[in-house]
Design a protein around this ligand. Structure first.
Ligand code: NDP
Length: 260
């Protein structure tokens, strides 16, 4: 018996086998979940690189569908949720594991961030959670669970995290407001604040190597988090084991957040 037997949901944000969304997906699949996936649309449909990368991972798990979705595009979001409803009817969980900031705006100091870069980063990294929540709400089963991924740089200044820190502060606030609005309908919204994990997105963050060293030296557990640990915690928050938890940002970071 798996925790997700008979449960269905959608995962947004697998880029490759290093993605945090992939770590959570593996745990969900192990517990019996039926899962559909999205990927960033390919520029050249004749050479579907993004789709192939995702399919290579999720097809062996018995993915129910793999659909293109740029979260900046309302029409694509509408069409994806229409397909989700056609395929699944009702759903039990949605994983939002998406963030982006233009490199030139992410690497510089916050006072140099351009208006366009700020808007793009907030749109993809924060508004997308709201866009998913609004569309998932009507098709969630009672007990439905929405999960997003954040980082400590949204709570306090972490050198190198810059613009993404502002986005994560917004994302954590959105998590709380959405939890308060959707809670009366029996729906839960939570975030995992993960310690640093080597992924494509992380490679855009300055001082990332230094971050890994800091966690190893100063976190209470004196090491970095493993992807599997984030995967298990994500699965927990999406499951009925966490039925009393909403509006929460759960730190899965070897305890680093309690230090200084
Ligand atoms: P990944 O790069 O593997 O995942 C980010 C995903 O966002 C990719 O699948 C990417 O697609 C997708 N994406 C970007 N822009 C769009 C868009 N417009 N529409 C749809 N999808 C889009 O990195 P992670 O797994 O590290 O990141 C997942 C989440 O975890 C992010 O919110 C990140 O901030 C957060 N996080 C990461 C930490 C880390 O150390 N890695 C620590 C704490 C939080 P594509 O690659 O095809 O562009």
């Amino acid at each position: 018996m798996g925790l997700f037997d008979g449960k269905k949901g959608v995962v947004f944000g697998i880029a490759n086998e290093r993605s945090i969304a992939w770590a959570i997906t593996q745990q969900l699949a192990e517990q019996g979940a039926e899962i559909g996936f999205t990927h960033l649309p390919d520029k050249d449909p004749a050479r579907p690189k993004n789709e192939n990368k995702v399919r290579r991972l999720v097809d062996p798990l018995g993915a129910k569908f793999v659909l293109p979705c740029n979260v900046q595009d309302d029409e694509q979001l509408d069409s994806v949720f229409k397909s989700i409803e056609e395929q699944f009817g009702k759903i039990d969980f949605v994983l939002h594991s998406i963030a982006f900031a233009p490199p030139q705006d992410l690497t510089g100091p916050v006072y140099n961030v351009s208006r366009g870069g700020f808007t793009t980063a907030m749109d993809i990294s924060v508004y997308s959670l709201i866009a998913l929540a609004g569309r998932a709400r009507p098709i969630f089963n009672e007990g439905g669970s929405l999960l997003t991924l954040t980082y400590l740089g949204g709570e306090r200044v972490i050198p190198g995290y810059n613009l993404m820190g502002l986005c994560k502060a917004g994302l954590e606030s959105a998590t709380e407001y959405l939890a308060s609005e959707m809670g009366p309908e029996g729906l839960r919204v939570n975030a995992i604040s993960a310690g640093p994990v080597k992924t494509i997105s992380a490679s855009g963050v300055g001082d990332f190597k230094k971050m890994l060293q800091l966690y190893e030296t100063f976190s209470p557990l004196r090491r970095n988090i493993s992807e599997e640990e984030v995967g298990k915690s994500g699965m927990f928050l999406l499951s009925d084991l966490a039925s009393g938890i909403t509006g929460e940002t759960l730190h899965v970071d070897c305890g680093y957040h309690v230090m200084g």
